[in-house]
Design a protein around this ligand. Structure first.
Ligand code: ADP
Ligand code: MG
Length: 729
């Protein structure tokens, strides 16, 4: 009988690329077709309602209920014309993914029929049953109800037959139960702090926007093979599988020509994205076989993050149409590259200046250096927090594990910017500068090459790299909600900018000239934060040693790293900036620990099941074949011949038997370890127990299974092998 694995292979061979028809030849013709954007609002809303929404988006004004009613009517008309029958508040709970609950537009018309209705009340606020979303105890402490409230700054859109309204998700008492609320608050905090600093350089700046350009890496696995791998299906990664003889050694996949079936998936996906107004731009093969990347043009951070969450959802759906499963896990396959989601981050002013791009004159370059130095200082001060914001059960495999870069946070600046910082460090003096000195320093600062953008070196091993006009937070995991990283980063930088403003003002008040005060504070920060700057190979063992000497931290597990949120200094910072209060932080930490613990628990269960019900029986079957074979040999050979010829086979029986017993006893021990851990009440300790006492069994058991895969008859092996999973597309 053919195993599931071979049946899957047969299905795979029958696959053909799915034909894709684009909505129009030119993308610009249908771009944003399914988005209730300004153009459509202008058409469907009264002038009054339109102005109210624009004012809300641009200036954060609240929309009066009467006006919301008008918006709802216009939105409904547009949505129905475009095929929508339902609406939903769409939000980002603290799970992996987004949440939606669809309601039809219908209501009784009072005459035995129904009419389509939608109101400002339904648009503005709803009360989904929140009890099944993670809150880390926040709802128990306060009030069980949860509310979703319209995020006017992110336009509504249609998916299938449903109008989706982006919303925040909060508790009855206003505590954030989602990623979006604190992201909006953190963007607001950095806006205020950055505007105050910009005032030193340009009085016209009144708003600073955070930008995010994400790069999403992912794997595509054939649907049939995926279905034959319960570990992939249930945990998102393979818990076993011997390395394929060939994988990424030859670098022949990276930027290679895109396989036809994949190309048709990508076209279909892009078509969907363009309709949804998601500016996807770049697509290519990544380093590992069957690994790919998708990146849009950057946007305002909140919108960009909504788009990323939406894209991940759309990718899964489009993937199914093409017989693929999209794998977002950070490390789905041992031994080959994992997936990240680089967060390209910058700040721009309402005067059109990118604060992370060098300017054209000394003043704007000084501003540029101010923002760079403060970002570096913020990362230095908050290395543990930033790590905590990106380290998860799944990303833990990609950072700090075997064959993975260490989880040390450092900043790459590149030779040019480093030169400038070194220059300031050595040139700025802590006394009033002479006119000559001033002129010299201004001239030098003005000389930062405008071509810096094209000149900056790249460093693929740095977790946080300056790339000419932005920082690239590369350590973010591919499954992450970008907000998690951005909340921490924006808050840290906002706090740092506030401190900078205070430090400079103190000097100014003591009689130091503004420019000199700025230079002096920058110099101080440059010296203080030097340890975090590293341009070398972040993946090397030498860096681990050097980082330790520099006093940088290297924490590779969630239970320990997440504690960074609980430091009094960090809690104060979040609350001072109005991003997260103490209860919200405590709740989030609980949620993270619980997610971590449950993911390992699930992996342990799946591995136990596969080991005992798939692998051991297969190995026993093969063992029996070998034993029969040896018995037969004894019948036909002389004693002497038998001893010589059967020795190898007997050795093999022994090997198989040893692995079988090792697997059985280790699975038993793992279950026992789980039982002990499950009894622990305290979430912090429970997570630690799962990390230290349960997790190691996953690798231990896998070792024996992978060894068996090497010797057991290929015909009998039940699970698709790495070479099959990774080279079929
Ligand atoms: P890479 O060389 O790292 O592959 P790309 O040029 O493809 O970089 O850009 C990666 C991402 O960075 C894209 O989403 C792009 O829009 C974004 N990006 C470019 N400039 C900025 C900026 N100033 N701020 C934020 N993101 C940016
Ligand atoms: Mg990049």
């Amino acid at each position: 009988m053919a195993t599931v694995r071979f049946k899957a292979m047969e299905r795979l061979l029958e696959r053909k690329p799915v034909e894709v028809t684009r909505d129009a030849v030119c993308t610009s013709e249908y771009y944003g077709k399914l988005v209730f954007d300004r153009l459509k609002m202008k058409k469907y809303l009264s002038k009054e309602a339109f102005n109210a929404v624009v004012d809300a988006i641009d200036n954060g004004q609240t929309i009066a209920r009467k006006m919301a009613d008008q918006v709802a009517i216009g939105m409904k008309a547009w949505a129905i014309e475009n095929g929508a029958t339902h609406y939903t508040h769409w939000f980002h709970p603290l799970t992996d993914g987004t949440a939606e609950k669809h309601d039809a537009f219908i209501d009784y018309d009072g005459q035995g029929g129904v009419v389509e209705t939608f109101s400002g009340k339904l648009l503005a606020q709803q009360e989904p049953d929140a009890s099944s979303f993670p809150s880390g105890g926040i709802r128990q402490t306060f009030e069980a109800r949860g509310y979703t409230a319209w995020d006017v700054s992110s336009p509504a859109f249609i998916v299938g037959s449903t109008l989706c309204i982006p919303t925040i998700f909060i508790s009855y008492t206003g505590e954030a139960l989602d990623y979006k609320t604190p992201l909006l608050r953190a963007c607001n905090a950095i806006d205020k702090a950055a505007v105050a600093v910009c005032q030193y350089f340009d009085k016209n700046v009144s708003k600073v926007q955070t930008n995010l350009g994400w790069e999403q890496e992912y794997f595509l696995i054939d649907e049939a093979l995926y279905q034959a791998r319960p570990d992939l299906a249930l945990t998102g990664r393979t818990l076993m599988g011997h390395a394929s003889a060939k994988d990424q050694q030859l670098d022949d996949h990276y930027f290679g020509s895109i396989p036809t079936r994949v190309a048709s998936f990508m076209e279909d996906l892009e078509n969907e994205c363009y309709r949804l107004g998601i500016p996807v731009k770049t697509r290519h093969n990544e380093v590992a076989p069957n690994q790919f990347e998708l990146a849009p043009i950057y946007e305002e951070a909140n919108l960009a993050n909504d788009h990323n969450q939406l894209v991940m959802d759309v990718m899964k759906k489009v993937g199914r149409r093409h017989g693929f499963r999209v794998i977002f896990h950070e490390k789905p396959f041992a031994g080959i590259n994992g997936s990240g989601k680089h967060n390209n981050w910058s700040l721009t002013t309402d005067t059109g200046v990118n604060l992370y791009a060098p300017g054209k004159n000394p003043k704007s370059n000084m501003q540029f250096l101010t923002f760079v130095v403060n970002a570096v200082k913020a990362v230095f001060e908050n290395q543990d927090l930033l790590r905590a914001s990106i380290l998860t059960a799944t990303n833990q495999h990609r950072l700090g594990a075997n064959e993975a870069p260490p989880s040390i946070i450092s900043v790459f600046l590149g030779a040019e910017v480093n030169k400038m910082l070194d220059y300031l460090e050595t040139t700025v003096v802590e006394r009033a500068m002479t006119p000559d000195e001033k002129t010299a320093i201004k001239l030098d600062v003005g000389r930062i090459p405008e071509i810096l953008l094209d000149n900056t070196d790249r460093n693929r091993t740095s977790p946080f790299a300056f790339t000419g006009n932005r920082f690239e937070f590369r350590a973010v995991g591919s499954t992450a909600n970008c907000a998690s990283a951005l909340i921490a980063l924006n808050t840290a930088v906002a706090k740092q900018l506030k401190t900078f403003k205070t430090d400079v003002d103190v000097l100014i008040e003591s009689g130091v000239k503004k420019d000199e005060a700025i230079f002096q504070v920058l110099k101080k920060y440059i010296i203080e934060s030097k340890a975090i700057r590293f341009d070398g190979n972040g993946y090397s063992d030498e860096w681990k040693e050097e980082a330790a000497e520099r006093g940088l931290t290297n924490i590779n597990n969630v239970p320990e790293s997440v504690e960074a949120f609980l430091e009094p200094r960090v809690k104060e910072m979040f609350s001072e900036l109005g991003v997260l209060n103490e209860a919200e932080i405590d709740g989030r930490v609980e949620v993270e620990l619980e997610k971590f613990q449950m993911k390992i628990q699930i992996e342990a269960r799946v591995l136990g099941d596969l080991a005992i019900n798939h692998i051991v029986p297969t190995a026993v079957k093969y063992q029996t074949v070998l034993i029969e074979n040896v018995k037969g040999m004894r019948d036909i050979f002389s004693e002497e011949e038998f001893n010589e010829l059967a020795a190898g086979r007997k050795e093999l029986i022994k090997t198989v038997s040893c692995h079988i017993s090792a697997i059985k006893s280790k699975v038993h021990d793992m279950v026992e370890a789980r039982k002990v851990a499950n009894k622990i009440e305290d979430m912090h300790e429970k997570a630690r127990a799962y990390d230290k006492d349960v997790r190691p069994y996953l690798d231990d058991i896998r070792y024996h299974i992978d060894k068996l895969e090497l010797v057991v008859d290929n015909e009998l092996w039940p699970l698709p092998k790495y070479r099959e999973l990774l080279f079929n597309r």
